[in-house]
Design a protein around this ligand. Structure first.
Ligand code: CA
Length: 232
């Protein structure tokens, strides 16, 4: 029988009773639940382990829940975050959502309510699959910052990656050099610098040269386009 890997949840809660109650309940519901009682540990765990969801208390020793959330989001971690807030701190809710929390629960709460929220967030998190841009057998994974063609990993520089991302997002459109310059290099394109030509050539050598189907095309006098050619 295939084993389904249990979802991992991090709980950061300094109140012993609440923390134990939540951890135990989640464990009984089949989750792997880690409990830490301190904000600094909380952020460290969140950044170093692969959690599917994080439950954060607001007031914590070391580092408060806001700072943990900010730290996680800043590091690009997109797992859903559920806040536990005190009843008389409605503004906490607004602040949490502004900072990128996904939901909140007012203390005291029934465990069944927490479990329902957790399940909803995990389902939503799953629907939010890592975004992958694709053309034929070329794939660009935005979250992992990875590019593959025909299943083979291709290493790109940051600029090449940004250039390919732009071409893929606007597939089929001829992109003028001036637009590429402003979007990828953040510069105005008045001079006849060949920065873009060079970058496109390098990108093609990595992405197209070894493959029969060429995806990136130069449209003379106009710019560049990425498209899957129609079969002859
Ligand atoms: Ca607390």
């Amino acid at each position: 029988m295939p084993t389904i890997e249990a979802m991992k949840i991090l709980i950061v809660e300094d109140e012993p009773k609440t923390g134990d109650y939540v951890r135990q309940g989640l464990a009984e519901a089949g989750f792997v639940a880690d409990l830490v009682r301190d904000g600094v540990d909380g952020l460290h765990h969140g950044l170093t382990e692969d959690y599917d969801l994080v439950i954060l208390d607001v007031m914590l020793p070391g580092l408060d829940g806001w700072r943990i959330l900010q730290g996680l989001r800043k590091a690009g971690m997109q797992m859903p975050v559920l806040f536990l807030t005190a009843r008389d701190h409605v503004e906490d809710r607004v602040k949490g959502l502004e900072l990128g929390a996904d939901d909140y629960l007012v203390k005291p709460f029934a465990f069944s309510e927490l479990l329902a929220r957790v399940r909803t967030l995990l389902r939503r998190g799953k629907a939010k699959e890592p975004e992958v841009l694709q053309a034929a057998d070329l794939e660009l994974d935005l979250l992992r910052r990875r590019v593959k063609r025909a299943g083979r990993r291709i290493d790109l520089t940051a600029k090449e990656f940004a250039l390919l991302e732009l071409l893929l997002r606007r597939q089929g459109e001829v992109l003028p050099r001036s637009l590429i310059a402003s979007q990828v290099w953040d510069m105005n394109f008045d001079s006849d610098t060949n920065v873009i030509e060079v970058a496109v050539r390098r990108l093609r050598s990595k992405v197209d040269d070894e493959f029969d189907t060429k995806l990136i095309r130069t449209v003379r006098g106009m710019g560049y386009v990425l498209e899957v050619p129609e079969r002859a």
